[in-house]
Ligand binder design. Structure first.
Ligand SMILES: *Cc1c(COP(=O)(O)O)cnc(C)c1O
Length: 370
């Protein structure tokens, strides 16, 4: 039995009527740009994230770009961030003209190490970007403290709906940062039927700036206070996402159940390090990522048996060819480099059947001769 890494058709089959009706409504209205579906989704996501303001935009990469611009990050500034993330996190920093400063991760959670942030913050530091990787929030309270007054952007593209207990209160992914950013790329936990993104904030001035930036720097049509972008959330995508949002919590719970099932099934395999979730965190498991020696051999073994698996991420950003100009060397972020060699993500999507999860477990155990 083949088990894909993600099965979007299986999810679509469970919500098809609702999604098609929502899409046809937009089509019948012929109101494709912003409008009610976008405003309503912004309101719902602000509620989920426990924030005052949410602003839809074209994708999760633009959400980072607009967040950086709203915080006035530009030429001559440094932004401290993690090299163990999807490329967009640092690409956005480069594209506003600033310099990414990469610091290493906590090897257990794969998220940015607060102490490393503190050590890297200096005169030129204008902002920090923490990433909530694989569905688990970074230690955002500690990162905020380590940023020493600089604003923190929380790249929550993989973690919408995740939470963390901070001083006894449940804080949502995106809530505790100056600006939180989400992606609705189809493979995220809340995926659209195309590209989409959103930014959240508690700060009215930042909200106003983000609203302007997504429509060419204007609040009043044809009057431009700043130079912005054309980066709106498509109304068709907003309609799809509104139909999907009520299911997000149960989908995340199903991912957690699958993760717990794997955890138990791999507990006796000394070579498999299962995901570590900080006890303060509730993960939404965008990925179920194990560490193993001989990772490439395991990946080949699983692929040969029709089991989808993938390496997120094989080359840390400080060693990417496009960032050679920054002058980083191998060995400067050792935990990120080690993670890149050892990680493998297994299927964890909510629609997996028990038989499918058992198939994955059997194949992993067979590799280790158990
Ligand atoms: C997916 C992702 C993004 C970018 O989102 P897009 O919508 O694809 O532009 C940014 N950061 C992280 C960590 C992501 O996983």
């Amino acid at each position: 039995m083949a088990v894909p890494l993600l099965d979007l058709k299986a999810q679509h089959a469970t919500i098809r009527d609702d999604v098609v009706a929502a899409v046809m409504d937009v089509v019948d209205q012929q109101a494709f740009i912003l409008g009610d579906p976008v405003a309503q989704l912004e309101c719902s996501v602000a509620g989920l994230s426990q924030v005052k303001y949410a602003v839809g935009c074209a994708n999760g990469t633009d959400a980072l770009l607009l967040a950086l611009r709203a915080l006035d990050v530009g030429a001559g500034d440094e932004v401290v961030t993690t090299p163990f993330t999807f490329f967009a996190t640092a690409g956005a920093v480069h594209n506003v003209g600033a310099r990414p400063v990469f610091v290493d991760i906590d090897p257990r959670t794969f998220n940015i190490a607060p102490d490393a942030v503190r050590a890297a913050v200096g005169e030129q530091t204008k902002a920090v970007i923490a990433v909530d990787l694989f569905g688990q929030m970074a230690a955002i309270d500690q990162v905020n403290a380590a940023a020493q007054g600089r604003p923190v952007i929380e790249d929550a593209a993989q973690s919408i709906g995740a939470s963390r207990l901070i001083d006894g209160a449940r804080v949502m992914a995106g809530e505790a940062a100056a600006i939180g950013t989400y992606s609705f790329f189809p493979s995220k936990n809340l995926g659209g039927y195309g590209d989409g993104g959103m930014m959240v904030t508690q700060d009215e001035a930042l909200f106003e700036a983000l609203m302007k930036l997504r429509t060419h720097g204007s609040r009043r049509t044809y009057f431009h206070e700043i130079v912005g972008y054309n980066s709106r959330l498509d109304a068709l995508q907003a309609a799809v996402l509104r139909a999907k949002l009520p299911h997000l919590e149960s989908w995340s719970a199903a991912r957690r159940r699958n993760a717990a099932y794997y955890d138990a099934a791999f507990a006796d395999l000394a070579d498999v390090v299962t995901p570590y979730i900080d006890p303060a965190n509730t993960s939404i498991y965008n990925q179920y990522t194990i560490r193993v020696p001989k990772r490439d051999a395991l990946q080949t073994h699983l692929k040969d048996r029709g089991i989808g698996c993938s390496v997120y991420y094989p080359l840390p950003l400080h060693l990417q060819p496009c960032f050679a100009y920054l002058g980083y060397q191998q060995g400067q972020c050792p935990e990120s480099e080690r993670a890149a060699l050892e990680v493998l993500s297994l299927p964890v999507y909510p629609e997996l059947t028990t038989a499918q999860v058992d198939e994955v477990i059997g194949a992993v155990r067979a590799f280790f001769g158990r």
